[in-house]
Design a binder for this molecule. Structure first.
Ligand SMILES: CCCCCCCC/C=C\C/C=C/C(=O)SCCNC(=O)CCNC(=O)[C@H](O)C(C)(C)COP(=O)(O)OP(=O)(O)OC[C@H]1O[C@@H](n2cnc3c(N)ncnc32)[C@H](O)[C@@H]1OP(=O)(O)O
Ligand SMILES: Cc1cc2nc3c(=O)[nH]c(=O)nc-3n(C[C@H](O)[C@H](O)[C@H](O)COP(=O)(O)OP(=O)(O)OC[C@H]3O[C@@H](n4cnc5c(N)ncnc54)[C@H](O)[C@@H]3O)c2cc1C
Length: 633
């Protein structure tokens, strides 16, 4: 083991295993996760890590091992596929959940165990604006069929992931918005068995290469009436349409996946922090004091300032992810029972947190890569691949700006309710204080109050102020004679800023609540330090907001920076131990820089030598191109 990494792991001030247990949701789940990882994947003779195996093998293995719990399936799959994407991931995270939530019982029994499918909602002309989708589904009572049609080039379905050319059951959204299971069995490769279907691949992408994203053009293609998913809405044989309790129930799968993405952002950021912090512990470069040995780059304050707030953010997002999926499960259970009362809040929370966490993690991955210098740019670090695979999460499942504006819509509605004298509950209950002016800035002492509860309060006041400013912008636009829609559009910068602050407050609050639940003194202490670092770092980034909210004075601004530096120094001795607690296996990270043993250089040399470019002493291109050229010179 590298001596630096070994030294970093001595004198631990907290029990790493207990922190890992907290991240997993208990010691039993840690043990089960490791059993799946070590016994059922790594020690499986059929598992050859070097060659991405096929989906059928994995599905048969899951059945062989009796793994059916979605979390355990995800543990198995993430070990199988490492940090990459799996070819038919969409089947698991969108196609199946849609069948589970939108099929009536007869349809469920007919389709769920049998088929692999994709989710074809986006069209070439519309991804965000679902009410703008052009594909039509026209019911023909004479034949009891829907006639599916792409009337324009912009209506061609574009992006469905895992568009396996062999067969293609689709969850299809069409006008009127309903989800029809559109069975499309193609024989041969992409040659449709029935006329009227034009199918293909949309071509090379920025990355996401494990997933083939396709296009699908329909020319009056007929499917049975029974293929419309009929749990919430039905078309009867006589053509009458039974409306759902809410038209937004069709959007349910997107809410589910957005809820999953929140925790996934924390996982991906924790992977990158593991790589960058372990590497920073073994990388020596330059000098701090002349004549002395080159220091670990983790001892540079700027390196700590790059990485430790991201480390705190990774923990914050992992805890936010736990809260989000618990909230999703609770409210979707109520929705299943016909209680839609909290559906708007679930939509607003999942949309906002999806955008907030993916934007932050997306930037954080690049900071981690650049903090590793040239070796961070090597594919051996795994950081370029992690970035390329993660960055589309800011676009898919709801483009982030649009998602923030959805949350803003809920915040404005809540603000208006408070103005009308209503008492709010839930995540926006802090807006009640705005109406009663209880939100007046607290008497801010000359010293920065570092109590975590106080910091949460300051974030709450900041968010409330920005919600009020956005609402006032809309009112001012209206007062200038603008219509409601233009008043909204002319305030969207303020609206996104308010949603961002609301999400920031929510994440810090969840972090604080999780820290409060930690009983082990050592773990509580180190996690409290990280939560403080998360809060103070945010205050440093958005000082203007806190000044504007009157909860920070100009005289206190220097103490924010001073406090931040102190917290960085406090985290330094535990940094490697804190990434060890994420418990990412070397095989899954697949990173020369992030190895648990810290033996980076030897591994990097081996990695480079294994490159296909080094298979021969002299590359064939010399004999093929250069040598003939030299002969002519
Ligand atoms: C471990 C796994 C990690 C994740 C791995 C990911 C793997 C997957 C990778 C790639 C696959 C990608 C797949 C896709 O991208 S699938 C396509 C995704 N597309 C979208 O998300 C479309 C985004 N657009 C929308 O959701 C909607 O168009 C909209 C919400 C932006 C607007 O909808 P619209 O009908 O126009 O509503 P309004 O804005 O007019 O609002 C009206 C009213 O409705 C409320 N509302 C809107 N949406 C919802 C909802 N989902 N639930 C509840 N309520 C909703 C809205 O709040 C308004 O309410 P009001 O203010 O009270 O009137
Ligand atoms: C890797 C990848 C995989 C995908 N997989 C699938 C899949 O399997 N199935 C599927 O159906 N789709 C899939 N998609 C498509 C994805 O869902 C859409 O790209 C996404 O919903 C964004 O819609 P859009 O592309 O139309 O962007 P647009 O909405 O056109 O966004 C372009 C710009 O317009 C802005 N904008 C749009 N509306 C507003 C507004 N109201 N207010 C302010 N600004 C606005 C956006 O903020 C953005 O800056 C995938 C996309 C990617 C990148």
């Amino acid at each position: 083991m590298n001596p630096d990494i070994l030294r970093e792991r001595q004198n631990a001030t907290f029990d790493i295993e207990k922190l890992t247990n907290i991240l997993d949701g208990g010691a039993e789940r840690t043990n089960r996760r490791r059993e799946i990882r070590e016994v059922l994947v790594l020690n499986d003779p059929d598992f050859d890590y070097g060659t991405p195996t096929s989906l059928p093998t994995m599905i048969l293995k899951l059945r062989e091992y009796g793994i059916s719990d979605p979390v355990e399936i995800n543990w198995y799959k993430s070990m199988y596929w490492g940090t990459g994407r799996e070819a038919l991931g969409l089947h698991y995270v969108m196609f199946l959940p849609t069948l589970y939530t939108q099929c009536d019982s007869e349809q469920f029994n007919k389709w769920v165990p049998l088929i692999i499918g994709t989710y074809a909602q986006t069209e070439m002309g519309h991804g965000t604006h679902l009410r703008g989708l052009e594909t039509t589904a026209t019911f023909d009572p004479a034949t009891q069929e829907f006639v599916m049609h792409s009337p324009t080039v912009t209506s061609i379905k574009w992006w469905p992931g895992g568009r396996n050319p062999l067969f293609l059951p689709l969850i299809f959204l069409s006008i009127p918005l309903s989800a029809s299971l559109f069975d499309l069995f193609l024989s041969g490769f992409a040659l449709p068995t029935c006329s009227g279907i034009v199918i293909g691949d949309i071509g090379p992408k920025f990355g996401f290469d494990a997933v083939d994203n396709g296009y699908l053009k329909l020319e009056h293609v007929r499917i049975p009436r029974e293929n419309m998913l009929m749990k919430y809405a039905q078309v009867k044989p006589d053509g009458s349409y039974v409306k759902p309790l809410s038209s937004k129930l069709t959007y349910g799968t997107m809410v589910f996946i957005r809820s999953l993405i929140v925790g996934n952002a924390g996982i991906v950021l924790s992977q990158c922090c593991t790589i960058a912090i372990r590497y920073s512990a073994v990388r020596h470069q330059s000098e701090i004091r002349a004549g002395e040995a080159e220091p670990q780059i983790l001892d540079y304050q700027t390196q700590q300032h790059k990485l430790f707030p991201l480390l705190a953010t990774a923990y914050a997002f992992l805890f936010a992810g736990q809260y989000m999926i618990d909230t999703y499960n609770r409210i979707s259970g109520d929705i299943n029972q016909g209680d839609l009362s909290e559906m708007p809040e679930l939509h607003a929370l999942s949309a906002g947190l999806k955008a907030f966490t993916t934007w932050t993690a997306n930037t954080g991955i690049e900071v981690c890569r650049m903090s590793c210098g040239g070796h961070g740019y090597s594919r051996s670090s795994a950081l370029p691949d992690i970035y390329v695979e993660f960055t589309p999460s800011c676009t898919y499942e709801g483009e982030n700006t649009v998602m923030m504006l959805q949350t803003a819509r809920f915040l404005m509605k809540s603000y208006r309710q408070v103005q009308a004298g209503q008492q709010l509950s839930g995540a926006v209950s802090y807006l009640n204080k705005v109406h009663h002016r209880v939100m007046a800035p607290q008497a801010v002492s000359s010293q920065l109050d570092l109590n975590l509860n106080t910091l949460v309060d300051l974030y709450e006041i900041r968010a409330a102020m920005l919600v009020e400013l956005a609402a006032q912008s809309i009112q001012q636009e209206s007062a200038r004679g603008k219509c409601q829609e233009d008043s909204w559009n002319n305030s969207t910068i303020d609206l996104v800023r308010a949603s961002d602050a609301h999400c920031h407050y929510m994440v810090l609050k969840m972090f604080r609540d999780k820290v409060d639940q930690i009983e082990d003194p050592g773990v509580h202490s180190v996690m409290s330090t990280l939560a403080h670092l998360y809060a103070i770092h945010g205050m440093g980034n958005f000082t203007g907001d806190f000044l504007q909210a009157g909860v920070l004075t100009g005289a206190q601004v220097p103490s924010v920076s001073k406090c931040l530096k102190g917290l960085l120094a406090e985290v330094r001795p535990s940094a490697v131990l804190l990434v060890d607690a994420f418990d990412h296996h070397d095989k899954m990270l697949n990173s020369v820089l992030g190895r648990h043993d810290g033996n980076v250089y030897e591994a990097m040399f081996e990695w480079a030598r294994s490159s296909p470019l080094n298979r021969t002493e002299v590359h064939e291109s010399f004999h093929k191109h250069l040598k003939p050229l030299q002969a002519k010179l």
